[in-house]
Design a binder for this molecule. Structure first.
Ligand code: ADP
Ligand code: ZN
Ligand code: MG
Length: 473
């Protein structure tokens, strides 16, 4: 049986977080009442003229720089013509053969191009709003129409659904770090289409592709790609062909349905927008974009690995800027080793703050550094350190004082611990027998008993040592 290899190219639409729309002075909309953020330009009334948003062009240049693209010395807008109720002019102002940025790469995926365009308005279908009468009617909210978009198109370099998801996570982290977009998929400020084909493994020619549209979470994208790859494999195995078309993936049922047959560039009758002059990209604009360039997640990841962090820790910290910042602030403090500190940030701290920025909670970076140092010098056990961290996140303060005030300090070994271990062995003769008979897991019962008796202040390794000594092992 032929083995097939998936080939995937991604197209990402990013709403740019400028103050105003792409070609008019309307403020961007964040859930305002429908049709309150509109003007004659973005409503497409006759006689109006578009004016490009300079900030959107700056943001486009920053994206291009971050992705290592070649930036065009001049950029031209085109009209992309199609008729749909979300497009009042009957065309979208977009870019065609002279996009702002070409080439480049992010990680192991090459970028084909990045161009600027305007978003369409939003159709609201009956049933999704109580305000609409008639079960088959739709209404249009023009607030979104004209919002600046950057469209990022990759080369077909992605090979698996999981790789697509991971790469998109890096792209989102990069865009967030650049500060050019809210990159929120649920709110639609980041939208992704996946182009998918399969080919016999080892083949160098591309198969016929389909396009999965507008999935609104990375998880759905991963599942959607997997489902579409399976569908295409079944077609080819049964001797059918893949029909080029635009598809919808329903994450609830895993069903894939056809939205429309694939349109071609000539369907859009592109022509240069006569109401806009070509945008000249000046040295001054480039200089400004260069100056605004922060350290990007991929670079930070490499730098953190250079500190000796594992690839996984470096990635988790670098791809969430606020976690990386917290970690690096804590590292400024003497005492904590990088890797244990990173583990505490990515595991225990994240478990407590969730998606929130830890800097907005009460815990200070220096306090976490100190707590990690206390664990390292065995002044507090890691289970009690978690209790201390609960306090730090909720109320702030200093770990040493919390340990003292709440009696959470680790017990010394030997003398203090021995009688407790003896009592635990006496109370768990079964477990003691099993340990003696060579079942090391049975020691869990003894450690558990000791921990209960000591309120988590005993050191597990020390308990194990005493148990083995007592049992003559
Ligand atoms: P179209 O003209 O159909 O829009 P493009 O050549 O512009 O196609 O490519 C759109 C996206 O599809 C890009 O991300 C590209 O990498 C990807 N792509 C192109 N051909 C294939 C293919 N055979 N299989 C998977 N992805 C593809
Ligand atoms: Zn407007
Ligand atoms: Mg195309």
């Amino acid at each position: 049986m032929t083995d097939y290899e998936p080939v995937i190219g991604l197209e990402i639409h990013v709403q740019l977080s400028t103050a105003t729309k792409m070609f008019c002075g309307c403020a961007l909309s964040f859930g305002e009442p429908p049709n309150t953020r509109t003007c004659p330009v973005c409503l497409g009334l006759p006689g109006t003229l578009p004016l490009p948003n300079e900030r959107a062009i700056d943001f486009g240049l920053m994206i291009g720089m971050a992705l290592g693209c070649e930036l065009a010395p001049r950029s031209i807008f085109h009209r992309k013509n199609y008729f749909y109720p979300d497009l009042p002019k009957g065309y979208q102002i977009s870019q065609y053969d002279e996009p702002l940025c070409r080439g480049g790469h992010l990680g192991d995926v090459r970028i084909h191009r990045v161009h600027l365009e305007e978003d369409a308005a939003k159709l609201v279908h009956a049933g999704s709003s109580g305000r609409i009468h008639g079960s088959d009617s739709s209404v249009v909210d023009f607030n979104r129409g004209g919002t600046p978009l950057a469209e990022i198109v990759t080369e077909p370099d992605v090979r698996t659904a999981a790789q697509a998801r991971e790469w998109l996570t890096l792209l989102r982290a990069t865009l967030r770090r650049l500060g050019v977009s809210d990159v929120n998929m649920e709110e639609g400020s980041l939208r992704c289409d996946a182009n998918i084909s399969i080919r016999p493994a080892g083949s160098a020619t591309l198969g016929t592709k389909t396009e999965l549209k507008n999935m609104n979470s990375f998880r759905y994208i991963e599942r959607g790609i997997n489902a579409e790859v399976e569908r295409q494999e079944a077609l080819l195995r049964d001797g059918h062909e893949v029909v080029p078309q635009t598809l919808h993936f329903d994450p609830r049922t895993e069903a894939i349905s056809s939205l429309r047959s694939k349109e071609e560039a000539h369907d859009y009758r592109y022509f240069p927008e006569p109401d806009l002059v070509p945008v000249a990209i000046t040295e001054e604009m480039l200089e400004q974009a260069r100056a605004a360039m922060p350290e990007l997640p991929a670079d930070r990841e490499a730098r953190l690995q250079g500190l000796g962090l594992t690839a996984d820790s470096a990635r988790q910290l670098a791809w969430r800027t606020e976690l990386g910042d917290f970690f690096e602030a804590a590292l400024q403090d003497d005492g904590a080793e990088p890797q244990p500190l990173a583990n505490w940030v990515t595991n225990e701290l994240v478990a407590r703050v969730g998606e929130e920025d830890p800097a907005t909670t009460k815990v200070q970076p220096a306090a976490l550094a100190k707590l990690v140092a206390l664990v390292a010098e065995k002044a507090v056990t890691s289970s009690n350190a978690k209790v201390v961290l609960d306090r730090l996140v909720q109320d702030g303060g200093d770990p040493t004082s919390i340990v003292e005030a709440e009696g959470l300090g680790a017990m010394g070994g030997g003398d203090e611990l021995e009688p407790v271990v003896e009592a635990a062995l006496a109370a768990n003769t079964d477990a003691a027998e099993k340990i003696r008979a060579g079942n090391p897991k049975a020691i869990g019962a003894i450690i558990g008993h000791v921990m209960r008796e000591t309120q988590g202040r005993a050191d597990g390794a020390e308990v194990t040592r005493i148990v083995r000594a007592k049992l003559g092992l």
